[in-house]
Write a protein that binds this ligand. Structure first.
Ligand code: UDP
Length: 487
């Protein structure tokens, strides 16, 4: 039973729609089961990002009155933080530095909330996302407990917590190390497969990660979008304190899988197309919010689809300038002209009876829950993994950036829950390799086994989220922990 009285929690996402949506999703999920909670989300997005989040904020405000939004005054970035519109997506180090600039405003707003005359309105906790770790300084000054929300699994969490220890063990960057890195609870992974932003210890972002790793260990709690049955070994190592050998480890609350509700009012054209396809026959191919490929790689993928003969729904983006393999750049649909000219001549015509190419974006959660979808070729981004696991769709993974290679090491090589493509030099995947993996998943006995394991894991996920399940228990413990309040 819930204790009487409202418990007010402040959530503080870093700029950008994805980070905001993750924390709002967390708030909505907690509120569903703990109506005595009220949440204020502090928005610090610079003016050029506001148009992309304002409609979302309006729709959440009207649907969930227990979530309030407050805008911090905008800060002027110093010249070192370019104000170009793409600056945030191009350079995640900016998130960390922008957070520091916002700290005085955060201090002011939190102080105001804490001095509210109604005790129920005084915040009990601050929940921040990974990139805004420096906000913990403000919370500590105000004696407000800090929790981190990680839209990642327990394996990367173990790696982040263990980073200060790894840092002391060597003077080399992971990118220059041969051999494996051993992290408690995590399968041995090649040093070069550590999260991409951690690879170069001389970079600004590495310094931020290192600082954040230390802060994570000092927080009141770590909230992870995973569930116990999916990552038991990493969770055991963390809870036994093996990842922070020199200090204490805060409690980890595994409240996942968090899957955004499908709020599309009208039915997307790809869902209508899926209605006309046989059950579990279609391979869905999508590479997160930022995955892009060179034109050469796109043609290779198209040849693989022709060779394998499977049905497919493919989200394609226009290659980035200079044709890099991938680039940390979100491309808007209107910037995506002429995809057909990049794909092999006649590809669309030859595959029109069994394939659909979508430009830029698909309603992924709805697609994955459609009965016609029988497989998912994914970049192994954690939200995509959680969505596929929740829907029970078997995966082939092709990691591109961030912590995705670490996710692959666990999910494919260790747990054998998913298949993985083998890349050649520079991350390139050939027609033959991709066609083989696709046929394996969609048409072979091995694929049937992977499908069976995906179905079992879906059941585990649903069990975790049901009454008395591990994620529901973790949510209750988290809310109890919030209620304890001041440090
Ligand atoms: N997504 C979507 N449609 C697309 C591509 C992505 O709805 O065409 C959503 C997807 O459902 C997921 C998020 O964008 O919720 C991507 O998050 P993930 O962690 O998988 O990858 P990231 O974008 O962080 O690399």
């Amino acid at each position: 039973m819930e204790k009487a009285g409202i418990c007010h929690v402040v959530m503080y996402p870093s700029p950008g729609r994805g980070h905001l949506m993750s924390l709002v999703e967390l708030a909505q999920s907690l509120l569903r089961h703990h109506p005595s909670l009220s949440v204020t989300v502090l928005i610090s997005s610079p003016p050029h990002l506001l148009p992309s989040i304002t409609p979302y904020i309006s729709s959440v405000s009207s649907a969930t009155p227990s979530i309030a939004f407050r805008h911090l005054p905008s800060v002027s970035p110093p010249p070192s933080l370019s104000s170009a519109p793409t600056a945030f997506s191009d350079d995640p180090a900016m998130y960390f530095e922008y957070a520091r600039l916002n700290n005085p405003n955060l201090y002011h707003d939190l102080s105001e909330l804490l001095s509210d005359s109604q005790p129920s309105q005084k915040p009990k906790a601050l929940v921040i996302d990974f990139f805004y770790s420096v906000a913990a300084e403000v919370a500590a000054a105000l004696r407000l407990p800090t929790y981190y929300f990680l839209p990642a699994g327990a394996n990367p969490l173990a790696a982040f917590l263990y980073l200060p220890t790894l840092h002391k063990l060597t003077t080399s960057s992971f990118k220059d190390l041969d051999g494996n890195v051993d992290i408690p609870g995590v399968p041995p992974i090649p040093a070069k497969h550590m999260p991409s932003r951690m690879l170069d210890r001389t970079s600004r972002i590495y310094g931020h990660f290192l600082e954040t790793s230390t802060r994570l260990a000092e927080s009141a709690g770590l909230i992870s979008n995973t569930f116990e049955a999916l990552e038991p070994r990493a969770l055991k190592a963390i809870s036994e304190g093996l990842c922070v050998p020199d200090g204490g480890t805060p409690p980890v609350f595994c409240i996942g899988p968090l899957v955004a509700a499908d709020d599309h009012i009208s039915k997307h054209e790809c869902l209508i197309w899926l209605d006309s396809q046989p059950s579990q026959s279609v391979l869905f191919m999508s590479f997160g919010s930022m995955g892009v490929f060179s034109s050469k790689q796109l043609r290779e993928i198209a040849h693989a689809l022709e060779k394998s003969g499977v049905r497919f729904l493919w989200v394609v983006r226009y290659p980035p300038p200079h044709d890099e393999m991938w680039r940390n750049l979100a491309i808007k649909p209107e910037d995506d002209p002429g995809i057909d000219e990049i794909l092999p001549s006649g590809f669309t015509e030859r595959t029109k009876d069994r394939g659909l190419v979508l430009k830029s974006w698909a309603p992924q959660v709805a697609v994955l829950s459609h009965d016609s979808v029988g497989g998912f070729l994914s970049h192994c981004g954690w939200n995509s993994v959680m969505e596929a696991v929740f829907a029970g769709v078997p995966m082939i993974v092709w990691p591109l950036y961030a912590e995705q290679k670490l996710n692959r090491a666990y999910l494919a090589w260790d747990l054998k829950l998913v298949l993985a493509v083998a890349e050649s030099e520079g991350g390139f995947v050939t027609t033959d390799e991709l066609a083989e993996r696709v046929s394996e998943l969609m048409l072979s006995e091995k694929g049937r086994e992977v499908r069976g394991r995906a179905a079992e894991m879906r059941n585990e996920a649903r069990q975790a989220l049901s009454e008395g399940g591990s994620s529901r228990v973790a949510m209750a413990k988290l809310v109890d922990s919030f209620k304890k309040g001041m440090m």
